[in-house]
Design a protein around this ligand. Structure first.
Ligand SMILES: *Cc1c(COP(=O)(O)O)cnc(C)c1O
Length: 374
């Protein structure tokens, strides 16, 4: 079976981990700081704060944007969000005791429909959660213009949180994702482009948010203070979301190879774009010239998805929609909404293997199998 996912682990990682494990310093220390500097350099944003997962990062981002000390009563607040994502995106909203308001999906991109989003921003909107689905960037300039308009209408500007779990290395209008003025949250979970085992990072748009995130990922306690002789006060309580040196050492080893991993995802995707254009019963997603996808997955829209998946399975090719729509789960039944764009694509989305492990022969075999029909 040609897998849909595989863990990208550098040959250097075991020795790097062994060094940390034997060093007597395995918690958050020098390796975490080194990893954050390396991430900041690669993303092009100096304000990077690592955490123990993207889920924690999203939770912390929402806590800072909309919940917790000083904010309005979170029970009243709404977060506009996409239903087509990993549940982690949306359960972070529930964990902050905020309400979800679903935004419809743009069938062309599988990202949020920005017209629907603009129409739904209102006085209760505390934050906006977007996902760069498959690593294809949301139109961030248009989103900023929508926020400008909302701000002049409402008198406040909801925080935009970008779930960049698929989008390591993606770029919008020539600049990497993580540098567009929003709170960006990356995942270094096992099967993402860059893994630390489990882990994540926030790339922040300002110094105050950076300072707060640095404190709140570890109980709100200032780790740079002399904690034994002069214990610092905790003005705002925080979580236990920090990364460890063990995970950071895995991340540093894998970061050295991450651009090669990314390049191979893109090369395989470009091959499919050429081979699959015009195949009957199959529609590719949008490719705008101002966006560089990271192609964590390669989503398409197909007629008779069950038949397609059966055909792929028979040929030894793993195919899946990867993420189920989130809005139909029982735990979010209170937030059900009409989502015609999502209804139109949810049963057609399917992904085929595109990652760094897919060889030239395998991708040709996958394209030929699809072209032969299902
Ligand atoms: C993987 C993923 C997450 C969760 O990341 P973790 O690091 O496992 O917490 C969140 N959102 C999306 C879209 C993901 O694919």
């Amino acid at each position: 079976m040609i897998p849909l996912f595989k863990v990208p682990m550098s040959d250097e990682a075991p020795a790097a981990v062994a060094e940390v494990v034997g060093s007597g310093q395995i918690g958050q220390g020098a390796k975490v700081a080194e990893f954050e500097q390396a991430l900041a350099a690669r993303i092009g944003n100096p304000r990077v704060v690592t955490v123990n997962s993207a889920t924690s990062g999203l939770h912390l981002a929402l806590h800072m944007a909309a919940g917790g000390a000083g904010g309005a009563d979170p029970g009243e607040g709404e977060v506009l969000s996409t239903p087509l994502t990993m549940e982690a995106t949306n359960w972070a909203i529930l964990a902050n005791r905020l309400r979800i308001r679903w935004v419809d999906i743009d069938p062309a991109t599988l990202n949020v429909d920005l017209d629907d989003l603009a129409a739904k921003i209102g006085p209760r909107t505390r934050a906006i959660m977007v996902v760069h689905f498959a690593g294809y960037p949301v139109d961030l300039d248009r989103l900023a213009a929508i926020l400008d308009e909302a701000e002049s209408r409402l008198g406040f500007r909801p925080v935009v949180i970008e779930d960049c779990a698929h989008a390591w290395g993606a770029a919008y209008r020539g600049r990497p994702i993580g540098t567009h003025g929003n709170v960006s949250v990356f995942s270094f979970q096992a099967i993402k482009h860059l893994t630390t085992g489990d882990g994540g990072a926030l790339a922040l748009p300002g110094d105050e948010l950076y300072r707060r995130a640095t404190l709140l990922r570890w109980f709100g306690i200032d780790r740079t203070a002399d904690r034994l002789r002069n214990p610092p006060d905790v003005p705002e309580w925080g979580y236990k979301f920090h990364m460890t040196d063990i995970n950071a050492s895995i991340g540093l080893a894998n970061l050295a190879k991450a651009d090669d991993v990314l390049a191979r995802h893109r090369d395989n995707a470009a091959f499919y774009d050429r081979e699959l254009a015009g195949v009957p019963g199959l529609e590719l997603t949008e490719r705008a010239a101002d966006r560089l996808s990271s192609f964590w997955i390669y989503p398409m829209k197909v007629e008779d998805r069950d038949g397609f998946m059966k055909r792929m399975d028979d040929a030894g090719i793993m195919a899946s929609n990867v993420h189920e729509r989130n809005d139909l789960h029982t735990c979010v039944r209170d937030y059900r909404a009409e989502l015609p764009g999502l209804d139109g694509v949810a049963r057609r989305v399917v992904c085929v293997p595109v990652g760094w492990w897919v060889t030239d022969e395998q991708r040709a075999f996958i394209a030929d199998t699809i072209k032969a029909g299902w």
